[in-house]
Design a protein around this ligand. Structure first.
Ligand SMILES: [Zn+2]
Ligand SMILES: [Zn+2]
Length: 304
């Protein structure tokens, strides 16, 4: 079983990848329309975590994306930590990477409100921009009715599980794209420089690959999880794939996924904590690694 996910940002966020869109008629949301066209071609479902700013500023382009039957809309923060420098500085001081509690409360509420008002979508699935969760996030998300989160990168988490405040987490358990892919500004020189500053590594190391090699790894890892009978949560951003090779590798991946069951994040709500016997047996032999709490005053994060 596969849960394909991607994150979508408004152009007002000015993230690095967006600066590499050479056609001025295109935006990340318009590129996501092409991604959804490919989902339709292969009959693959995806949960797209969309920033509130896309609903606010780019609704005409976003509407066909969020109303498509193969798309579940998840929340990706209303303001998405903009301007990032301010949120990073505040986070370094306080450990609250998403600003003061009252602000994060407002941000989550606005995200849910704008998606409901514009698209009629009831959001139950969430991923923080840059996976930036702090000690207030889960309490606030649960308060606003969010049920599912997917902010951790854990190669050995092959089944969703209940965490604090009754939320269910389904970590990304297949090598994510952006941080492991040469594309846009992430040239081999850039990645080497970032690694020299020991910016950080996730479960898949601090290594980057060409899009072709990354695609092969994804297919291998998904098939391994599929053989166990687990849930593979894949992160493939529309913009990263557009920039890396104009969706060529994504199409190969979707062609492989087409023969397997794909699910929305919201559909795995009832599966948490009751894995099939084969998954339980596998987990007994491969207990998940103990991991430090990811957030705190000295918390570090990937994604640049
Ligand atoms: Zn994001
Ligand atoms: Zn990227």
């Amino acid at each position: 079983m596969i849960c394909l996910t991607g994150d979508v940002h408004p152009m007002s966020l000015q993230i690095n990848d967006q600066k590499h869109i050479s056609d001025s008629a295109l935006t990340e949301t318009r590129i996501t329309q092409q991604y959804v066209g490919l989902l339709a071609r292969y009959g693959v479902k995806a949960t797209l975590y969309v920033c509130g700013g896309c609903f606010r500023d780019e609704w005409c382009d976003l509407e066909p994306v969020v109303t498509h039957p193969l798309v579940e809309v998840g929340g990706h923060m209303f303001n998405a930590r903009f301007p990032r420098e301010c949120f990073d500085a505040y986070g370094e001081q306080t450990g609250l990477w998403n600003g003061p509690k009252w602000f994060q409360d407002w941000d989550i509420g606005e995200m849910i409100r704008v998606a409901q008002e514009r698209g009629g979508a009831e959001i139950v699935s969430w991923r923080a921009h840059s996976y930036m969760v702090d000690s207030n996030s889960h309490e606030l998300l649960a308060k606003h009715g969010i049920k599912l989160v997917s902010d951790d990168v854990e190669s050995d988490s092959v089944w969703p599980r209940t965490i604090d405040f009754g939320l269910i987490t389904h970590p990304i358990n297949v090598i994510p794209d952006h941080d492991h892919l040469y594309h846009a500004h992430r040239t081999p020189e850039y990645v080497e420089e970032v690694n020299r500053r020991s910016y950080g590594a996730d479960d898949f190391g601090a290594v980057s690959y060409t899009i072709e090699d990354w695609g092969e790894k994804v297919i291998e890892q998904v098939e391994r999880i599929d053989r166990i009978g687990g849930l593979a949560t894949v992160l493939a951003h529309p913009l990263c794939h557009f920039l890396a090779d104009g969706f060529a590798t994504l199409e190969k991946i979707l062609a492989r996924f087409a023969s397997k069951p794909t699910v929305f994040a919201r559909d795995i709500r009832d599966l948490a904590d009751s894995p099939p016997p084969a998954v339980t047996a596998w987990l007994e032999q491969h207990p998940p690694a103990l991991r430090p709490v990811r957030y705190g005053p000295m918390g570090r994060h990937l994604t640049s």
